[in-house]
Write a protein that binds this ligand. Structure first.
Ligand code: NDP
Length: 255
């Protein structure tokens, strides 16, 4: 038995994705959802439910990171855990969000990436990209990136526009029809770019609509969601899977 912990959790697509995969693959397992109000109880609940593995979503990823027995891989750098796994009676924490993003854009042969936004998602993604530059509306959150030697710009001082991959990690566009930067900046960026990603899923944002006008190859938050799920499934089953084939199964049920 597997599950996802979150609050809220009713919107999560993970049970649908993973149960469909189990069924299609003839694996006799099931995957549920658990609305957890108090994140400090996450490990206790994991044990009470006798889970083999779990996913963790907002707002409990930091609790999972702090409370699991051991953290492995990139989760150590991100300081957030989205996958828990029972290994030899220990609960091990992993993060498949950022590696899932990397897998989702594998076919993009980019050289110069720009991340728009400087929040949690931008931090995680910056760890799996080659030397990204950061563009954000304010400079409050730049310390993390600057400590790593990454270039940062605000809307007022950006002076280079020759990026080939543009990634929107802001929540602009989530509930309103707005672009993540003023229009003239987006236009200059898209003119030179080849690829783009919007991490938001479930709707076509203004950012994506604009990217389509410039014929950019694009990925969305759905690709990211699917590949974090594929990597979590590899951990759950403790075996390498054909990622593209498993992703196609997830897309089949999600689209
Ligand atoms: P954070 O709150 O950590 O960061 C939000 C960022 O967006 C900040 O840089 C903020 O700028 C910027 N921002 C917010 N509103 C605007 C606006 N109107 N115009 C310009 N910039 C804005 O959020 P997260 O990083 O946790 O999440 C960001 C997005 O990523 C969400 O939409 C979320 O749904 C999505 N997401 C998708 C995932 C997936 O699997 N597809 C996984 C995780 C997240 P400032 O610093 O100036 O406030």
């Amino acid at each position: 038995m597997y599950a996802i912990f979150g609050n809220p959790v009713s919107h999560s697509k993970s049970p649908l994705m993973h149960n469909y995969f189990f069924k299609k693959s003839g694996i006799k397992e099931c995957y549920g959802r658990y609305k957890l109000e108090d994140g400090s109880k996450i490990i206790e609940k994991f044990k009470n439910l006798k889970l083999k593995g779990a996913n963790v979503t907002v707002p409990h990823k930091e609790w999972a990171y702090k409370l699991c027995d051991e953290v492995k891989g990139i989760a150590k750098e991100i300081k957030a855990v989205n996958t828990l796994l029972l290994e030899n009676n220990k609960i091990i924490g992993y993060n498949t969000d950022a590696p899932g993003f990397k897998e989702a854009i594998k076919e993009f042969d980019y050289k110069k990436p720009l991340i728009i936004g400087a929040g949690g998602t931008a931090k995680a993604i910056s760890l799996v990209l080659k030397n990204p530059t950061i563009l954000n509306r304010s400079k409050n959150r730049f310390e993390y990136f600057e400590k790593k030697g990454l270039k940062t710009y605000t809307w007022d001082n950006i002076n280079e526009f020759d990026f080939d991959l543009i990634i929107n990690t802001t929540s602009a566009g989530l509930s309103e029809e707005v672009l993540p930067t003023p229009k003239e900046i987006i236009e200059k960026l898209f003119k030179n770019a080849k690829f783009c990603v919007d991490v938001i899923y479930g709707k076509e944002t203004l950012f994506l609509k604009e990217a389509k006008k410039y014929n950019l190859l694009f990925k969305t938050g759905l690709d990211m969601l699917v590949y974090q799920g594929v990597l979590a499934m590899e951990l759950f089953l403790n075996k390498k899977l054909n990622k593209k084939e498993v992703a196609d199964i997830y897309f089949e049920i999600l689209r």
